[in-house]
Design a binder for this molecule. Structure first.
Ligand code: R5P
Length: 299
């Protein structure tokens, strides 16, 4: 059986031991240095030549991470790696999947095209697939999806008695529905209108009755925290118990976590796709399964 060689880029080190163990993979080392002017130096300390390698890169706050990733992929190929895959626990730029206004960059397509040029395959965890049908819509290399729904449902089943699952908008229904089904819980999905980066309106049914269930709000991304904080406030105002917020990707821009707590969230829980103090749900098994499905050719 081919044995992977994994390299963890800055910011992904929390996944090194569990992912290497799940995949039975070796861990390689790359030295990174930032020059005073911000340019990146990198050097492979563990040779990738003759190996199938994967770069593991979280890719939240992506712009400063993309050049090191692309340089690492190109260098690995220069050094004779047989294949260079990408395990990205978070895939950035997928929310800009159409030109909403004339002249806009369709960032999802551009990130797919950029990464496809330099990598052999890609796997990622629950990317924001709304108007995109799948990874094939933006990548020209083989892609494989990993899903956090089973580990999230397992966490809810273990920790929450009598949950009701809520989604803030129609995009969240794909996660909300399958998690609710796996938990045998009722669910509802609301309607969101985004008016700005930190301004959303969420409509819940008028006169929504308080229930005996514990509300668990599920979303794929907590970025500014505005979406979930708005729903938390709306639910509390309608007499519901303080909700638990649960997200696949906890980006937590600026004071997003504090905003959620101030809005009334009883607890905020995320997967360990991105490192944060709210991490409570382990997705390394899901990432490893997806990587194994796509990337272990027999030599
Ligand atoms: C958008 O449709 C996503 O599913 C999330 O709801 C959104 O990205 C969350 O962003 P924020 O935390 O900035 O409201």
């Amino acid at each position: 059986m081919t044995r992977f060689l994994l390299y963890f880029l800055p910011g992904a080190g929390h996944l090194a031991a569990p992912l290497a163990q799940e995949l039975g993979a070796d861990i390689g080392e790359i030295e990174f240095h930032k020059f005073p002017d911000g340019e990146t130096y990198l050097r492979f300390l563990t040779p990738p030549d003759g190996r199938h390698i994967a770069l593991v890169d979280c890719l939240d706050r992506p712009d400063p991470k993309l050049i090191p990733l692309l340089f690492a992929a190109m260098t690995a190929k220069d050094l004779g790696a047989k294949s260079v895959g990408l395990i990205a626990p978070y895939m950035p730029y997928f929310r800009q999947d159409i030109a909403f206004h004339r002249g806009e960059s369709i960032s999802a397509r551009h990130i797919g095209s950029l990464l496809s040029t330099h990598l052999s395959w890609v796997t990622t965890l629950d990317p924001h697939l709304h108007r995109l049908a799948g990874l094939d819509d933006v990548f020209t290399i083989p892609g494989e999806l990993a899903h956090a729904t089973a580990p999230i449902a397992q966490w809810i089943n273990t920790h929450i008695e009598s949950p009701i699952i809520y989604g803030p908008d129609e995009e969240s229904e794909q996660w909300v529905k399958s998690i609710a089904e796996a938990c045998g819980a009722p669910y509802d999905v609301f309607r969101k209108t985004r008016l700005g980066d930190r301004n959303v309106q969420i409509e819940v049914p008028p006169g929504m009755a308080a229930s005996d269930h514990t509300p668990v709000i599920i979303d794929d991304i907590i970025s500014s925290g505005t979406t979930l904080a708005t729903l938390v406030r709306t639910l509390c105002e309608s007499g519901q118990p303080r909700p638990i917020c649960c997200a696949v990707h906890g980006i937590f821009a600026e004071d997003a976590y504090e905003q959620l707590i101030a809005a009334g969230a009883a607890r905020v829980v995320t997967t360990n796709a991105l490192p944060h103090k709210t991490n409570a749900i382990d997705v390394t098994g899901a990432l490893a399964d997806a990587a194994r499905r796509i990337a272990l050719p027999e030599d």
